[in-house]
Design a protein around this ligand. Structure first.
Ligand code: SF4
Length: 322
């Protein structure tokens, strides 16, 4: 067993299109222990999904490219791994729960067959009866009666479809789940149920998880560590307890995210926002990528800040902490 389940070092990912090169992830470093939960937070376009896809080695072929850096998953070098090795790892060592259950499921296969397919792929020696039993078990675990396994995705509600997607992701008991905004397509009550279910199963199966979300409240409830991404970079990283206790003393972007959370006791007529937009991802910037939106920016910010440890295990990439 490797020391860490996942170790990403100095990872840079580009999308090479005919029009331009998009620098989607820039020098990202992260690590995750066995059984640990990490919340990956940031606005759309920050590079969260691209990071997850790179761990699965599912970047769009011919367009997405790991330009530099390394990803080690359970001791396997993902950047160098061949497709055969990746087929072995996907589903068995690492699984992904996608945002939209409608597009993640095959509309012309019964849900039972879709769960069974993953088992067959990774356990060719299992008998039909054993596979059938495991499918029934998994369906019950996600709260769907096993006798509904003969039905098709269109016969289920949105929340139930997402439960099936979770069942497919967990049926081989992977060491790592990448949950990419697993509740975004669901309404608020179902969201809470789904997060509760993912958390319960994760604890029961001792699976590590990277939870991609926009919602700091969800991170506080579900995760042990949090990484905040901005414009393809990780700008703050550490235990949830340290980051949530440091409000008022964080990276200016993370502070902006906290300030944007609606407060029930506030009389303000407008919600707080972070002014400005993320930088153009096709431009390679020299200094701090947040500088155009930061009210603390100085001349020093024209040079790129480095990660600094501000308290035990809590790292911030900002010149304010030099
Ligand atoms: Fe703001 Fe400068 Fe810190 Fe960037 S490095 S977040 S511009 S203070």
């Amino acid at each position: 067993m490797a020391d860490k389940l996942l170790e990403i070092k100095d990872l840079s990912i580009n999308y090479n299109t005919e029009m331009a090169t998009v620098y989607a992830v820039n020098g990202l470093s992260l690590s995750l222990d066995y059984g640990e939960t990490l919340g990956l937070v940031g606005e759309t376009g920050a590079g969260k999904t691209t990071t997850c896809l790179s761990v699965m080695k599912l970047l769009p072929e011919g367009v997405g490219e790991i330009a530099s850096g390394s990803i080690e998953l359970d001791g396997v070098d993902i950047v160098k791994a061949h497709e055969d090795k990746m087929r072995e790892l996907r589903g068995h060592t690492v699984s992904m729960i996608f945002q939209d259950p409608m597009s993640a499921l095959n509309p012309v296969m019964t849900v039972g067959d879709q769960i069974a397919e993953v088992l067959h792929e990774h356990n060719p020696n299992m008998t039909r009866e054993e596979v059938g039993k495991a499918v029934d078990n998994m369906m019950e675990m996600v709260g769907i009666p096993a006798n509904r396994k003969v039905e098709y995705p269109h016969q289920f509600s949105g929340g139930m479809k997402q439960r099936i997607v979770i069942a497919i992701a967990l049926v081989c008991r992977p060491k790592l789940i990448l949950a990419d905004e697993p509740t975004t397509a669901l309404d608020v009550t179902i969201q809470a149920q789904m997060l509760g279910l993912i958390h319960e199963l994760q604890v029961e199966l001792n699976t590590a998880m990277i939870l991609v979300t926009h919602d700091l409240g969800v991170v506080a409830q579900t995760c042990e560590k949090v990484a905040v991404m901005y414009a393809g970079e990780c700008i703050e990283y550490g235990p949830c307890s340290a980051i949530f206790d440091s409000v008022g003393n964080l990276h200016p972007y993370t502070q902006g995210l906290f300030d944007a959370i609606p407060k029930l006791d506030s009389k303000a007529r407008r919600l707080e926002t972070i002014d400005g937009m993320m930088p153009d991802p096709t431009e390679k910037l020299q200094g701090c990528r947040f500088a155009d939106r930061c009210k603390h920016a100085t001349d020093k910010c024209k040079t790129a800040p480095q990660m600094k440890e501000v308290s035990e295990g809590h790292f911030v990439k900002c010149h304010l902490y030099d």
